[in-house]
Design a protein around this ligand. Structure first.
Ligand code: GLY
Length: 256
């Protein structure tokens, strides 16, 4: 059984952090409805969904992925790179405390969970504006005794590593070559996003199931042609907040 921790959309979503997408008006009511559909989609893919209440003073708090890294053995609370997001950690920590022993990064480390792509026993971490060398080093030190390697990955032109690459199957990745070098992932079968859909590399994998935004039909077609079954969900208002499908949940094997 999978557990997915989510947090409902903040009424302040329009005041979110933005780095690589232009600010445009966000229809918060529509975002709330899309997030509801996202949670139903997670349930449809086999998750027990825990839905934390909206945080009116934390615009980006719907993007729970950034505040923790959940592994089978432990969870690591991050220190988000955007100072405006650091208060988001405490509430998710309370929820995660029921499922995993908690470790935590400390200043001057910064690291966003959106920069962390776990492939087997290696955590690839985007060297982004949000995740610094101290963050990557602290993560490496915390997880070494649990048998994980941590490897920094240069990225450019996008917010997080998982804006540029996500996992489709044990041996397969979906990747945006303009934002991350495919040579970083030698040995993996790489499928590239359709050039007309630069933001399409963010796919949520839950077991053997995949979920991606409905707005990338060309890339989805590539995945279907490669033999993958991919469910879709409309997250257009969350995309305006520089979000996608992985960042709206923390998915892990749950105890219940
Ligand atoms: N709006 C998502 C982020 O910048 O963290």
């Amino acid at each position: 059984m999978w557990t997915a921790i989510t947090r409902e959309v903040s009424p302040a979503l329009g005041d979110c952090e933005l780095s690589y997408v232009p600010r445009e008006p966000i229809d918060v009511a529509r975002a709330v409805s899309q997030h509801h559909a996202y949670r139903r989609a997670l349930e449809g893919l086999g998750c027990r969904v825990l839905s934390l209440p909206a945080e009116p003073t934390q615009p980006d708090s719907v993007f729970v992925e950034d505040v923790a890294i959940v592994l089978d053995e432990v969870a690591v609370l991050t220190r988000p790179g955007a100072a405006s997001r650091r208060a988001e950690v405490a509430g998710v920590a309370v929820a995660l405390n029921h499922y995993r022993p908690l470790l935590a990064l400390e200043a001057p480390a910064t690291l966003d969970g959106g920069d962390v792509l776990r492939l087997g026993r290696t955590l690839f971490v985007g060297q982004s504006a949000r995740s610094n060398a101290e963050g990557i080093g602290q993560l490496r030190a915390l997880l070494a005794s649990h048998g994980y390697a941590v490897q920094g990955v240069p990225i450019h032109g996008c917010l997080h590593l998982k804006s540029a690459v996500t996992q489709l199957a044990d041996d397969s990745l979906l990747l945006q070559p303009a934002w991350v070098d495919r040579e970083q992932f030698a040995g993996f079968r790489i499928i590239e996003v359709d050039p007309a859909e630069p933001h399409a590399a963010n796919v949520l994998r839950i077991g053997n199931a995949l979920l991606m935004p409905a707005s990338f039909p060309r890339t989805r077609q590539r995945l279907i042609a490669a033999g993958f079954h991919v469910a879709t969900v409309d997250v257009s208002e969350l995309q305006k907040a520089e979000g996608a499908v992985t960042c709206c949940s923390l998915v892990f094997r749950g105890a219940e």
